[in-house]
Design a protein around this ligand. Sequence first.
Ligand SMILES: Cc1cc2nc3c(=O)[nH]c(=O)nc-3n(C[C@H](O)[C@H](O)[C@H](O)COP(=O)(O)OP(=O)(O)OC[C@H]3O[C@@H](n4cnc5c(N)ncnc54)[C@H](O)[C@@H]3O)c2cc1C
Length: 439
Amino acid sequence: MNEVLIIGAGLAGSEAALQLARRSIAVTLCEMRPGKLTPAHRTGLCAELVCSNSLKSQEPTTAAGTLKAELDLLGSCLLPIARAHAVAAGSALAVDRDAFSAAVTDAIAAEPLITREQREVRELDPAQPTIIAAGPLATGALSEALCQVVGADSLAFYDAAAPIVSAESLDMDRLFAASRRGKGSADYLNSALDKPEYERFYEELVTAQRVVLRDFERRELFAACQPVEEVARTGPDALRFGALKPVGIDDPRTGRWPYALVQLRAENAERSAYNLVGFQTNLTFPEQRRVFSLLPGLEHAEFLRYGVMHRNTFLDAPRVLAPDLCLKRSPQLSVAGQLMGTEGYLEAVSGGLLAALMMAARTGGQQAPPLPPCTTTLGALFRYATDPATTGYQPMHVNYGLIEPLATRQRNKQERYRLYHERALQAMAQWRADQRELF
Ligand SMILES: Cc1cc2nc3c(=O)[nH]c(=O)nc-3n(C[C@H](O)[C@H](O)[C@H](O)COP(=O)(O)OP(=O)(O)OC[C@H]3O[C@@H](n4cnc5c(N)ncnc54)[C@H](O)[C@@H]3O)c2cc1C
């Protein structure tokens, strides 16, 4: 028996396989394509990019740029391949998708310790060290097998994520703290709308541009969770009886219940990021920025994550995953990539790399290393995903809202991001040095 089974040769599975082979660990990499395609993939190549060809910004003062620099420090296998097949895209790292995937496929084929099997994995063996990297479109049989391990409540089949905004971009003179619908402690920020403000917001919301869903998403998406703009379309007052219900909360400026009310819930213990409660949406990203910035107090909101709704199989990671990315209920099975609940290509590569490092430590008889610290983007993203204190988990992409705040407040955003970047690289270099036996 090969030492590690990897299910799925997408971005996470390919990175994980190459990382393990580099550490002299034999891998069986099972990929069902091209014999069986997902609704989004079209080739049999490894690490196929299903939509955009961009792996986001390379600027060091962005979270994606910092993550790339951290991945370089850890020796990512896919990132250099992406750079070798980059196409002109300003400050973003965009690739020639076919050349990139072909080069990843070649790198895997050239690795004698990786055996590729073309088949759909339909069952999980709790005794076999496995990295499950079957992605957001994991097959039904595998999803069912995973449900058997984690419980049906812990696997979701679509995203319904509301936008998240940074606390520092909010106008705290317009917002006020209150409890949820008047119950409990005053943990929520509130944006009160009067009638003209509500009517303007409503008009813009129902006429805003929406993302065109693919066929397979349209079929599966809307059964359980309606986007805020779809609820609004059912009638001008529908939101005032739903997500924007003003009942039980006095606006401190008038001493009365407002006409409509939006509540924002803290995303993390530092309260540096807030999500718009009940605002799962399918508007395009520019339209989310335009329409949601009409809400009082959100005029200059910085969006750390936009709302999304699409077919997406992912785990309730904070409840089922340990920090070493193993399933708490079945520690030989670990999960990487979008299936574990991160969002995006680069994040999938990161998950594959981390899962492989953890797995390499365990197969070598050592304890898996701790996650990198929250001063790194990698550590912050995966800490967020595996912290049991994270509630209402929805897939998350890398962003500076998750990173530990600086010891001293820095008001200038560019300077703050530069400091984040420098601190992250120092911390990652130290983390790597601490795990020297893995490198
Ligand atoms: C329609 C769509 C569009 C997206 N667009 C973007 C985008 O533009 N930018 C972005 O950053 N992210 C995008 N994403 C998110 C994207 O999927 C992830 O960022 C990334 O591809 C996830 O990598 P992964 O390795 O986890 O999964 P994948 O890259 O999907 O790889 C999973 C692999 O597992 C295989 N597989 C599945 N089930 C089985 C099984 N039972 N047995 C064997 N093999 C199996 C699949 O064939 C696939 O090759 C999109 C997702 C979807 C669904």
